[in-house]
Design a protein around this ligand. Structure first.
Ligand code: ADP
Ligand code: MG
Ligand code: MG
Length: 930
């Protein structure tokens, strides 16, 4: 049997049968537009009759070198006879002519990307016929010139310009601004002129045979699938290239028949805010492409309510009905011909993040969706939108138009930030207290001792560094928009300028950065803050909480972070990094003294000074997260990170020596000698601490075993804080977490300290307080020996960053610079394992460690901390692996709440609640879907 190429709008059942009842496949075969036109034809709305040529025909045409497949023309002719029978009109008949449009329509909507030809069937005779039937020669000529113009540009590839020039000349001659104001006598010569342009470009006459027009137009629509525009759109939106487009041939209805005719587009709810009122544009006395093309100034749909109130009501009713039928906001094309409303297209509308959330929630209130379905209608990225300021779209567009886009770097921490450029952290801190302007800290890169400057700034920009650079991590942690590694920027810290090519920006000049896109602009761009307290978002996230199994915790080092995370819905703190507390300017010197100490007494003195500071840090966290787990990690980084770097010290020493040579009086000589000695002592300590591979060196638990006074101080501070908060009437639930172990035996000495100090500080209360001792699992050996480790540890927190580095045996920063991106391009890796947890390797280690841990200690609590905890795909894997919680930065908490719910909803074996629901027209009006 030969392939059937055509399904009339009445033949949805046959198409469905061919597709085995699968609506998704019907959309593939007929295209989204065609499938919906056929579907709509069964509903209570007027759709001009027509038929759909399948995407299979398109693929057949493209496969055999652009030749219409056998049997297609015959099928078109027979389908046309049916349309003629239904409409009582005949193609090419001057007395009662049928005109059709020829419209592209692929499985996924690609608005405006492919071609459409209107008014097929007109030639000189039919135009005369139309003029007398409608008693309107202006209309007939206007339709005819449109056909020649569209046919020329779309089918023959003739440029628009000569046609537009001819129209412009006519408008100028008549002194009008709109094509619709041209008169019959203007249009007559325009039609002739258009035909001539056609002849000049093609060497033949404009085809007057309607059937020839139609088959040529069909072939052109097929070809437009491979047009440049369509290709680029598919690439950008991830639509496969082998789908092909269907073609819809549809009876023309006319919006250009005078003052009771119109054409327009409408969405059933606001695409910007989601407000449940129909929104759109229309034009009186025009044809569809005028509205979409943006050539004419359109009116808003509210004017239609005034001008044609009954038709407005009808449109509104239709929009509501279609929305129920398709169970989503609809984007509708309509035409009003002599006071009758026709619908020409409907599809699920595109929308902003804000609108997506509101629509999903409102559709539940309207009884159209279930809560579970609503949760699947919003993407985690859309939730993220609510958490960061954004450039206002028009302001950004005009900045781009004005050439104010300076450069691009890595988009490491989302959101927009605007401020005056400041080139060092101390000055940033100073300016932030003295000046009113917001600041952008611009640095070659940032170091831990720049943190105070980052905190003082609205955003961070660096010229080097990668996605895991310090700047990037800290910026994400604090929710500061950041762009790093903007290589084109040259920072001159002497001249206090930054240059990009020819552009120079002085310290104190305004710049704007977009951490969502990585763009850097000169000058101020207006921003707006989306609203996290948005009522609809709050409802949606509350539903997510009912569905998800994973707890969502946060990584927070300061009470302010903890409070913010709590507001975003965090159930606890999965990771407090104590090292950040030691970088604060008032504490770093004490920490350095501790490290430099040559005698136990000096070290203990420094530790004693640190203890009360730590105690109040911890108490603050316990208060903020009352009655919720707060896991505090013992000091992790290598000590050299707290000391100045070698180059700075060497430079300092050299400077001092030069000054010594020129020193005048004895006092100065003495002072300089002392300073030189101090610097050289530090230098020798730094050199002694030097490791060729610090990430695999003296850090984590190893530090605590070598210097037991250090964990003891931290643990004592923690339990003292616990006692303090208990006394205040709070309920602290501390967790003590040991970093970087690879052997169960490493836990034993630390556990001894913890047990002893708990008893010393809390006494009998130690049993009453719900505190836990646990460990990071971030080395492969720890994962492999999890059974043994669980004998000591009451919880596991997988440090998936380190675990990924060590499992792959690659260092992230080096890898991303050198080969990781290449691996992704070559397809060796499907995703960056540092962004998305690697299922088969790292994931397998986690999975087996969880099983082994639970075998030893059935109620062991397991989760992940680190950046994967905020990544939706990794969260789905954590759900699948049966973890208890994920812990992520405060700003990712709402994203993780939704992602954790979606993970449950997408578990294999759960039926897709949406499947097949479009198929039954009766379902469209069933109200109690929820
Ligand atoms: P696109 O996918 O670019 O929107 P369409 O095929 O939807 O292309 O057509 C473009 C415009 O032409 C739309 O505004 C549509 O309403 C109008 N149009 C298409 N077919 C007809 C028809 N049979 N009668 C009247 N207007 C039509
Ligand atoms: Mg359209
Ligand atoms: Mg680690």
């Amino acid at each position: 049997m030969s392939t059937r190429w055509i399904y009339s709008f009445d033949a949805l059942d046959a198409a469905t049968e061919k597709c085995g009842g699968d609506w998704d496949e019907v959309r593939g075969l007929l295209g989204g537009k065609g499938a919906n036109l056929a579907d709509m034809s069964r509903l209570d709305v007027a759709v001009p009759p027509g038929f759909t040529i399948t995407s299979e025909a398109c693929n057949a045409y493209l496969d055999v070198g652009e030749r219409l497949p056998d049997g297609l023309v015959a099928e078109i002719e027979s389908a046309l006879r049916d349309v003629e029978a239904e409409t009582g009109k005949t193609l090419g008949d001057p007395v009662n002519p049928l005109l059709v449009s020829c419209r592209s329509g692929a499985k996924f909507s690609m608005p405006g990307m492919m071609d459409t030809v209107l008014n097929i069937g007109l030639n000189d005779e039919v135009t005369d016929g139309m003029a007398s039937i409608f008693g309107d020669r202006h209309f007939a000529l206007d339709s005819y010139r449109r056909l020649i113009q569209m046919f020329s540009t779309v089918v023959m590839g003739i440029p628009e310009a000569p046609f537009e020039d001819a129209l412009l000349a006519a408008r100028v001659a008549r002194d009008v601004t709109s094509d619709s104001d041209l008169t019959e006598s203007d249009l007559e010569p325009i039609v002739e002129r258009f035909k001539k342009i056609f002849r000049n470009h093609t060497g033949r006459d404009f085809p007057s045979d309607p059937m020839e027009q139609l088959t040529m137009a069909v072939a052109a629509v097929f070809r437009s699938w491979n047009g440049k525009r369509a290709f680029a759109y598919r690439k950008a939106s991830g639509i496969p290239n082998d789908l092909g487009t269907a073609v819809n041939v549809q009876t023309m209805v006319f919006g250009n028949l005078g003052s009771d005719s119109a054409t327009g587009v409408a969405v059933s709810r606001s695409a910007t805010t989601g407000a449940p009122a129909i929104e759109g544009d229309f034009l009186m006395n025009a044809q569809g492409e005028d509205v979409v093309a943006g050539i004419r100034q359109t009116n808003t749909i509210d004017d239609l309510r005034v001008e044609m109130p009954e038709l407005f009501d009808e449109l509104e009713q239709a929009a509501k009905m279609l929305e129920r039928h398709y169970r989503d906001m609809q984007d509708i094309e309509f035409t009003i011909e002599n006071g009758k409303l026709w619908l020409l297209q409907t599809r699920d509308g595109k929308r902003t993040a804000q609108s997506a959330v509101r629509i999903a929630v409102d559709l539940v209130s309207d009884g159209i969706l279930t809560k579970d379905e609503a949760l699947e209608r919003v993407t985690p990225e859309q939730v993220e939108f609510f958490l960061h300021p954004q450039f206002s779209a028009p302001a950004k567009d005009s900045a781009v138009d004005d050439g104010r886009l300076l450069t691009k770097g890595l988009n490491v921490s989302p959101g927009a930030a605007v401020g005056i450029a400041v080139f060092d952290a101390d000055l940033a801190e100073k300016w932030s207290s003295e000046r009113d302007e917001a600041l952008i800290l611009v640095r070659p890169e940032t170091k831990p001792d720049d943190v105070h400057g980052m905190l003082a700034s609205a955003g961070v920009l660096t010229s080097s560094g990668g996605r895991t650079s310090h700047a990037a991590l800290v910026a994400r942690q604090f929710g500061k928009p950041a762009v790093v590694g903007a290589k084109e920027i040259v920072l001159d810290l002497e001249a206090r300028t930054m240059t990009v090519g020819a552009a120079t920006i002085n310290e104190g000049d305004w710049i704007s950065i977009d951490g969502t896109t990585g763009e850097v602009f000169v000058g101020e761009i207006e921003t707006k803050l989306p609203d996290i307290e948005d009522a609809w978002l709050m409802s949606l996230l509350a539903w997510a909480d009912d569905v998800r199994d994973l707890d969502v915790w946060t990584n927070a080092d300061y009470p302010a972070d903890a409070e913010r995370a709590l507001k975003f819905g965090a159930n606890g703190i999965g990771l407090c990094r104590t090292e950040h507390m030691f970088f604060a300017t008032d504490r770093l010197p004490i920490m350095q003294r501790m490290i430099m100490a040559n005698h136990d007494s000096d070290r203990n003195e420094a530790l004693e000074e640190l203890l009360p500071l730590q105690r109040s840090d911890f108490a603050g966290l316990f208060r903020a997260m009352d009655n919720k787990r707060v896991i505090i990690r013992l000091l992790d980084p290598p000590l050299h990170e707290f000391l100045p770097n070698v180059d700075d010290l060497v430079r300092n020493a050299t400077d001092l020596k030069i000054r010594l040579m020129n020193a005048g009086d004895l006092a100065e000589v003495n002072r300089l000698v002392r300073e030189i000695e101090e610097t050289e002592t530090i230098l020798s300590k730094v050199e002694a601490l030097h490791e060729s591979n610090p990430m695999l060196g003296l850090r984590g638990v190893r530090l605590g075993i070598l210097i037991p006074e250090l964990p003891e101080m931290q643990v004592r501070a923690l339990f003292e804080a616990t006692a303090m908060v208990l006394d205040e009437g709070g309920t602290p639930k501390p967790g003590i977490m040991v970093p970087l172990i690879s052997h169960a035996a490493e836990l034993t000495p630390i556990k001894e300290i913890v047990d002893r100090v708990a008893l010393e500080v809390l006494g009998e209360r130690s049993d009453e307080v719900d505190w836990q001792f646990g460990t990071m699992i971030e080395t492969p050996r720890a994962a492999v020996t999890a059974a043994e480790i669980a004998g000591v540890a009451e919880f596991f927190s997988f440090g998936t960053n380190d675990l990924t580095q060590m499992t792959f045996g690659i260092s992230r920063d080096d890898a991303e610079k050198a080969f990781l991106l290449g691996y992704l391009e070559l397809g060796i890796l499907a995703a960056n394992p540092f962004n998305t947890l690697d299922r088969d390797g790292v994931g397998a280690l986690v999975r087996s460690a969880v099983e082994a841990g639970r075998a030893t200690r059935p109620n062991i609590h397991v989760g992940i901390c680190g950046e994967h905890g905020g990544d939706p795909r990794s969260i789905a894997l954590c759900d699948e692996m049966g973890l208890d919680y994920v812990s992520c930065s405060p700003l990712r908490v709402p994203v993780a709440r939704l992602a954790a719910a979606q993970a449950v909803l997408n578990r294999p074996g759960r039926p897709d609640p949406d499947a097949g629901l479009h198929m039954d027209p009766a379902k469209g009006v069933v109200a109690d879907a929820g």
